[in-house]
Design a protein around this ligand. Structure first.
Ligand SMILES: O=C(O)c1ccccc1NCC(=O)[C@H](O)[C@H](O)COP(=O)(O)O
Length: 366
């Protein structure tokens, strides 16, 4: 029996699994199929993102979920296919560029470690801890928003932030300074992060719950996060339509991960509030960094929290985090008075030589 692959981008390799074939060829074909499946997933995601939406449903997905055309030749087993070049085929902002690259990155990760083997690794992972609970108790204890301190070496907006970057040393210092939770960037290309940093921090005995700060587009990344020791994962509303969010929240919670669901605007918040979510396993975040200009505007936090959707967040008992550009105790107080019970801070802490002191100073404990 011969089975033709469903075309994803002009690829037409034939399925030889039902024939007797040499092992080397079989393994090449298998690799092709893994890659092919990843490409189909990426194509399906792109179709979902490009689908016209009913009025009021799944609007405001900022980015297009298409693979980058920066790689004209994509390896496809023995075959190659070419994505046609056009101006419209260029990323319109950094988030789009990052997410397009993810499709390629995930396909490569799956070639090295197929999902079935990765899923087994999550079974052996250390038990997950209560990320949202830790933030709430810190807020109650200290009377200030619970701090998620970010282990961040570099960023697209600033380049290298901390050249002397030791993730374990920084994580321990944040914990000693009073951070309730940590966020660990795992994106390699744009933030010089790594899933290994999560593993190293967890293995070093850091007790504060860990957020995997990744650009998640597929459940594969959730398994990777859990297998690496994360307790929570970031999902970005600008990247994911509600159908994908519903699926990924469920998958994350089933894997043992809580979710920080991030919005940038009132329409995004209105949209995600249409999801059926439990404040015990999902918290929300407002990212105050404009992804086109990289400018940070804390007034955005106020605008969103003052909106009817912002008030609904409080009424429904969701913990809300203010994110990006927070660098002084005054900023912390400002974000707190908008109604946020948590803050996520990276650059202003990580760039300091003494991150423990930096945390204490930010929280007004020094
Ligand atoms: O930090 C960036 O330049 C950036 C660019 C594009 C997408 C996301 C980006 N940052 C991710 C974050 O959410 C921040 O690392 C986090 O909010 C902490 O921000 P900061 O305290 O300003 O480092």
């Amino acid at each position: 029996m011969q089975q033709q692959c469903t075309p994803h981008s002009g690829c037409s390799l034939v399925d030889l699994r039902a024939r007797t074939i040499p092992a080397a060829v079989a393994s090449r074909v298998q690799r092709h199929h893994q890659h092919h499946k990843a490409m189909q997933t990426a194509c399906r995601a792109a179709e979902v993102a490009a689908r016209p939406t009913e009025p009021g449903v799944d609007t405001e997905v900022l980015i297009r979920r298409r693979a980058p055309e920066g790689l004209p030749d994509q390896p496809c087993g023995a075959m190659q296919f070419v994505v046609p070049q056009s101006d419209d085929n260029k990323p319109r902002n950094i988030l789009e560029e990052i997410v397009w690259w993810k499709a390629v990155e995930i396909a490569r990760m799956k070639e090295r470690l197929p999902l079935a083997r990765l899923a087994l690794q999550t079974k052996g992972a250390q038990p997950s801890r209560d990320f949202i609970g830790a933030l709430r108790s810190a807020q109650e204890r200290v009377g200030k928003p619970g701090l998620i301190a970010e282990v961040k070496k570099a960023s697209p907006s600033k380049g290298i932030i901390q050249p002397d970057f030791d993730p374990v040393r920084i994580a321990k210092a944040y914990e000693a300074g009073g951070a309730a939770c940590l966020s660990v960037l795992t994106d390699a290309k744009y933030f010089q992060g790594s899933f290994e940093y999560l593993q190293q921090i967890r293995a070093a005995g850091v007790g504060t719950p860990l957020l995997c700060k990744e650009f998640v587009v597929e459940a594969y990344q959730l398994f990777k996060a859990r297998a690496s020791g994360a307790d929570a994962v970031l999902l970005i509303a600008a990247v994911l339509p509600n159908a994908d969010l519903a699926y990924l929240i469920k998958a994350a919670n089933k894997t043992g991960l809580q979710v920080l669901l991030e919005v940038h605007s009132v329409p995004e918040l209105e949209r995600v509030l249409r999801l059926d979510m439990d404040p015990g396993s999902v918290m929300l975040g407002i990212n105050n960094r404009d992804l086109q200009t990289f400018k940070v505007d804390l007034q955005n936090n106020q605008r969103i929290m003052d909106s009817p959707a912002g008030q609904e967040v409080t009424r429904r008992g969701f913990l809300m985090a203010g994110e990006s550009g927070i660098s002084t105790p005054e900023h912390v107080a400002f974000v707190a008075q908008t109604g946020c019970g948590a803050i996520l801070v990276g650059e202003s802490l990580v760039k300091e030589g003494d991150p423990e002191q930096a945390v204490k100073k930010l929280l007004g404990l020094a």
